[in-house]
Design a protein around this ligand. Structure first.
Ligand code: ZN
Length: 153
């Protein structure tokens, strides 16, 4: 493992890989690790089922369940086959405004910046490929105007 500290790089030998992974989490209960793909769970039965299908990191992670021989499969969700009537492409731009808070925070997370919206843009494209005129908004009340504009489309 390659470590970086104080502008120095250092290779270190890993004696116990599971112990290393345990230290990287706040959870201190019993865990079961898959040596092939590093999947972790706290339930032994879940791990046993995982190990039956796990082929490792480089292999397919999907569990393939085939129907019994002779069975017929039918697609039930016909509504999902229909084309969407329109697609909206939206983009919201924000400024990262630094936060200078004097209030002590009890969590490990330190708030550094606020995302302040400064503009938005969207375009609506119909199923046939035609699009309405793109909307660009850069004035005050951007978030409020986005809701008003967008939901009136
Ligand atoms: Zn695995």
């Amino acid at each position: 493992m390659l470590l970086h500290e104080d502008n120095k790089w250092h290779y270190t030998f890993i004696k116990n890989f599971h112990h290393l992974l345990t230290q990287m989490s706040k959870y201190k209960g019993t865990r079961f690790w898959c040596d092939k793909c590093l999947y972790v769970t706290q339930y032994e039965k879940v791990m046993q089922r995982h190990e039956e299908d796990c082929k490792g990191i480089d292999q397919s992670p999907c569990k393939v369940i085939m129907p019994p021989p002779g069975d017929t499969i039918r697609f039930k969700n016909i509504r999902k086959q229909l084309k969407a009537p329109f697609i909206c492409y939206c983009d919201f731009e924000c400024l990262n405004v630094p936060v200078h808070s004097s209030v002590a925070n009890s969590t490990a997370t330190k708030k550094l910046t606020n995302h302040v919206p400064c503009s938005f843009s969207y375009v609506v494209v119909k199923f046939d490929g035609t699009a309405k005129e793109p909307v660009l908004y850069r004035a005050k009340d951007r978030a409020k105007m986005f809701h008003i504009n967008f939901y009136s489309v």
